[in-house]
Design a binder for this molecule. Structure first.
Ligand SMILES: [Zn+2]
Length: 290
């Protein structure tokens, strides 16, 4: 996808990743979104199985001479016994998909982890002779300062026993390699490319806002929205949100911004599209896929 003078590639790690709707979104009732089936099926909701269908994918944004990889998915060889489709994976095709986009791991300049959940940091590292090493050897890895502080405190309290052990195998090795930087609200990676706070799904989740053309915006928003279901139902926060009320407030602000300003929103897990714009309707909001 071309956006102004920027290019966007979608690099898929796992698709589909299916979760029962009332597990992912504890307040959800399938009957309440049945009227939106024409928009949500078949790519986003399997109404017969009662599941939400997600993609686990990275976006690579090429702009101003920078190759920026946004969110590093699940990865391979990780011990994830509590989630079998993430456990000891091989043959995901992820690095091959990156190569198809014309990129080698050493071509990535920046890896932005919107937050540090296990499905956003996995490809931060790969196994090399029994050691976890940075997959992207020349990259600066960025995450929110309060996000990193939160998971370092979790690690202090219960080493390795939270977030599927992802801090130990996918975050700490990057810090020890001296490749991790923390960023705060307003940090600019380059002109027109800034960090915005999106708290609620995790304590310090951040997004990336690209300005292009005549003050148009595209906002990479991590898990502020998991599924187009939440465009119709913004108050349905996920089971994995650290503060579901704050997550719903952040999501509602994003949807209002897209509807009012035309901002393209790019959530991490939406399938079969790069992102969406939001329109207002009698039911509230509806997505228009981009
Ligand atoms: Zn996620």
């Amino acid at each position: 996808m071309e956006i102004g003078n920027a290019k966007l590639h979608r690099i898929v790690d796992l698709d589909p990743f299916a979760l029962p709707i009332d597990f992912l979104l504890p307040e959800a009732k399938l009957a309440e979104i049945q009227t939106e089936a024409a928009t949500l099926a078949p790519h986003h909701v399997d109404f017969d199985a009662g599941t939400v269908l997600l993609g686990v994918q990275s976006f690579v944004l090429q702009v101003n001479g920078l190759n920026i990889l946004i969110d590093a998915c699940i990865g391979e060889d990780k011990e994830r016994p509590r989630r079998l489709d993430w456990h000891r994976r091989t043959g995901s095709g992820y690095l091959e998909a990156l190569a198809t986009a014309g990129l080698r791991p050493e071509d990535i300049h920046v890896v932005l982890c919107t937050h540090l959940h296990a499905d956003h940091v996995g490809w931060n590292t790969r196994l090399d002779n029994g050691r976890w090493v940075a997959t992207f050897p020349r990259a600066r890895y960025l995450t929110g300062s309060s996000e990193l502080a939160h998971w370092q405190e979790e690690e202090r309290i219960a080493p390795g026993a939270h977030n599927h052990g992802a801090y130990t195998d996918s975050v700490l090795p990057v810090i020890e390699a001296g490749q991790m930087d923390t960023v705060d609200d307003g940090f600019e990676l380059a002109a027109g490319l800034s960090i915005v706070p999106l708290p609620g799904h995790s304590p310090g989740q951040v997004g990336l806002d690209l300005t292009y053309g005549a003050d148009e915006h595209i906002l990479f928003c991590g898990d502020a929205i998991h599924s187009p279901v939440q465009v119709f139902k913004p108050l349905w926060s996920s089971r994995f949100c650290s503060d579901p009320v704050e997550a719903a407030e952040t999501r509602t602000r994003l949807l209002e911004r897209s509807a009012d300003e035309g901002t393209i929103i790019v959530p991490s897990h939406i399938r079969h599209a790069s992102g969406l714009r939001v329109q207002r309707c009698s039911c509230g909001f509806r997505p228009v896929f981009v």
